[in-house]
Design a protein around this ligand. Structure first.
Ligand SMILES: Cc1cc2nc3c(=O)[nH]c(=O)nc-3n(C[C@H](O)[C@H](O)[C@H](O)COP(=O)(O)OP(=O)(O)OC[C@H]3O[C@@H](n4cnc5c(N)ncnc54)[C@H](O)[C@@H]3O)c2cc1C
Length: 463
């Protein structure tokens, strides 16, 4: 049995930012990560064109850096986008912590360039969007790129070493141990660890495990919405007038037919589409480097659904839809928008003649209408046709749709303003606790928990 001041579960942005904050204050930290160290994070289907091998621990989302390591590295500098933190933190504190995280990223080598600061160009996009019933949400974005993000993480890795944080890789936390309403430590597949404070930051790779622990510890949870849709791929030139200004045009639309919220998400100019193994299903995602990786731009179009009583399991609902796509294609389905509208499947032959070439070569041509419910199809087609008005060509018959993209947000665990649960000393943060959905917000959640631990240990907070 090992003892330290604080245990952190998960070395994603949430876990790393809290570990660094605590260690810099002289607090003894044990960091436990079920995935490998940064250098050893290699996907066997490395060029993303081969079929996902369903590894027991996915190296793309687990290991030093968490899901952030192969993310697109877009730091969206906004209070509104990236999670639920505004429920817990006042806007002023958020901005202070946001600037702190951004400054740290710059110190670790993030690029200085900020997108989304040209007010005149933003005004023009806003006008075009509003005219067509779209809500445009401009936000400053620092784009690290998948390549640049990895370099930032290499510097963080060296710093974590220098701070003397005790990191355990390839070790899985199986149980959080609590007695008499107080946390005592954790039990892993190898050992037992004791500490007065435990910060749990398991990300999406640990969402199901976290839900099980919440049930076991009788922590109250609230369901989050589930976002279901497709990844769209088209020639980069069609979106250039938007992506050159804001990098990621965040556009929201409420459909005429269902009044559902549909939004663009994770826009990757000149990027590539990738597959992702999320616990037990293969979904689709995208990334872009700091240099052009293809002639295409890809982005997710997601329909947000918040289920009402008595249904409380949006994650299983989303997974059932992805499983259908996996069942009929073995992984990710691919269809041209023109084929979907004409009510026919895409075939290898049709895709080979398509002027837009798919960047995810392992996707199987087929028919997304066998997978997505009517409501989602109608919403997505309506949104594509509306987007076409501000970016002509988006709804071209040659536009590629990959299915299914799903964003599962873990059920939100009941925490107080310091992100501490009803169990004293137990903090749940980041994406796995249903509190955040992005790099910046997850990192900030780490700082919030660490600040409270510092305060309780009598250490003055600089942030
Ligand atoms: C392809 C892709 C692109 C993305 N692009 C962006 C982007 O451009 N901008 C943006 O803001 N966000 C992006 N994201 C989302 C972003 O990566 C996440 O929001 C962020 O990483 C969440 O941080 P986290 O620390 O909460 O969790 P994670 O980064 O998921 O880290 C959690 C860690 O905990 C470990 N873990 C889980 N359970 C256990 C356990 N029981 N024991 C030990 N360890 C455990 C996991 O292995 C993992 O390493 C992207 C995600 C993906 C997958």
């Amino acid at each position: 049995m090992k003892t330290s001041d604080a245990i952190i579960v998960g070395a994603g942005p949430a876990g790393l930012f809290s570990a660094i904050e605590l260690a810099e204050a002289g607090i003894e930290v044990t960091l436990i990560e079920k995935g490998p160290d940064l250098k050893r994070r290699k996907c066997p289907a490395l060029d993303y064109r081969k079929i996902c091998l369903r590894c027991p621990v996915c190296p793309l989302i687990s290991g030093f850096g968490g899901a952030g390591a192969f993310s697109d590295g877009k730091i969206t500098l906004s209070h509104e986008i990236g999670g639920n933190l505004r429920r817990y933190i006042e806007p002023d504190s958020f901005i202070r912590l946001m600037n702190h995280v951004d400054q740290r990223l710059l110190e670790f080598g993030a690029p200085r360039k900020l997108y989304g600061t040209d007010d005149e160009a933003i005004k023009r996009i806003k006008y075009e969007a509003q005219k067509n019933g779209l809500l445009f949400v401009p936000t400053p974005i620092r784009h690290l790129g998948t390549d640049g993000g990895f370099k930032v993480l290499e510097k963080m890795r060296n710093y974590v070493e220098k701070l003397g944080i005790d990191i355990h890789f390839n070790e899985r936390v199986e149980d959080i141990v609590a007695e008499g309403g107080e946390v005592k430590g954790v039990r892993t597949n190898r050992d037992e660890y004791r500490a007065k404070f435990v910060i749990v930051a398991p990300g999406r790779a640990g969402a199901t495990w976290m839900a099980g622990q919440a049930r076991k510890l009788k922590l109250e949870t609230y369901p989050n919405p589930v976002d279901i849709g497709v990844r769209v791929e088209l020639p980069a030139s069609i979106m250039d007038h938007l992506t050159k200004v804001v990098y990621e045009p965040k556009l929201v639309y409420y459909s005429q037919k269902f009044d559902d919220k549909i939004r663009t998400f994770c826009v990757n100019p000149n990027g590539v589409v990738v597959q992702e193994f999320a616990e037990d299903v293969i979904t689709v995602n995208g990334f872009s480097n700091t240099f052009p990786t293809s002639e295409n731009t890809n982005f997710a179009l997601l329909v947000s659904t918040s289920f009402t009583e008595p249904f409380k399991d949006p994650i299983s609902f989303g997974k059932s839809i992805v499983r259908l796509a996996n069942l009929i294609s073995g992984g990710v389905l691919l269809q041209r928008l023109g084929d979907l509208i004409r009510g026919r499947r895409s075939t290898d032959k049709r895709i080979s003649k398509n002027p837009v070439k798919p960047t995810l070569e392992s996707a199987i041509p087929g028919d997304i209408s066998f997978v997505l419910p009517y409501r989602y199809l109608v919403n997505l087609i309506e949104m594509l046709e509306t987007l076409d008005k501000i970016a002509p060509g988006v709804a071209s018959p040659y536009t590629l749709l990959y299915g299914v993209e799903v964003k599962f947000y873990s059920n939100r665990i009941k925490v107080n303003k310091s992100l501490e649960t009803d169990i004293k000393g137990l903090f749940t943060i980041g994406d796995g606790a249903g509190i955040t959905r992005g790099l910046l917000h997850s990192a900030i959640s780490g700082l919030v928990a660490a600040s409270e631990i510092k305060r309780r240990m009598g250490i003055r907070n600089e942030n």
